[in-house]
Design a protein around this ligand. Structure first.
Ligand code: FES
Length: 161
């Protein structure tokens, strides 16, 4: 029986990985999953529904019943609203920029430095601008209304040339 030493074992493992990935490449297409898996929101329990209203770019309003802890980005994406969320909610872009109704703005937690840095890059910044991925639904902001700005900007390295 062939016994492999540590180095040989590594070589075989590496060769197998190289063979497998070149012979059976796995391609993952963008947005391949069903819409219901986007946004990662859960159905609110009866009696615990919170409400959020999005004012879309054309002025129409959409109100949803959501659960505590859902972010505005997840809610928007789960309902196929026009909120890109290019960084996936990691506070590294400004494509989830929303303008919060001043009536609810003070009920939100203060934005941290990372969020403020990203907001500085957003088009059409206002006094009540926030990033949708950083706003989690809670009882304190039940009924919140946010408007989607006319434009968003995803900064790329070419913007700094
Ligand atoms: S999704 Fe990129 S900062 Fe919110």
């Amino acid at each position: 029986m062939l016994r492999l030493t540590g180095f040989s074992r590594q070589l075989v493992r590496h060769s197998w990985t190289a063979y497998r990935t070149t012979t059976f490449p796995t391609y993952r297409l963008f947005s391949q999953t069903a819409l219901r898996f986007h946004g990662h929101i859960k159905k609110p329990k009866p009696g615990e529904e919170l409400h959020v209203t999005f004012i879309l770019k054309d002025g129409t309003q959409k109100t949803f019943e959501v659960s505590e802890g859902d972010t505005l980005l997840d809610i928007a994406q789960a309902h196929n609203l026009d909120m890109e969320g290019a960084c996936g909610g990691s506070c590294a872009c400004s494509t989830c920029h929303v303008i919060v109704d001043p009536e609810y703005y003070d009920a939100l937690e203060e934005p941290d430095d990372d969020e403020n840095d990203m907001l500085d890059l957003a088009y059409g910044l206002t006094e009540t601008s926030r990033l949708g991925c950083q706003i989690k639904m809670s009882k304190a902001i039940d009924g919140i209304r946010v408007a989607l700005p006319a434009m968003t900007r995803n900064v790329s390295s070419s913007d700094f040339e």
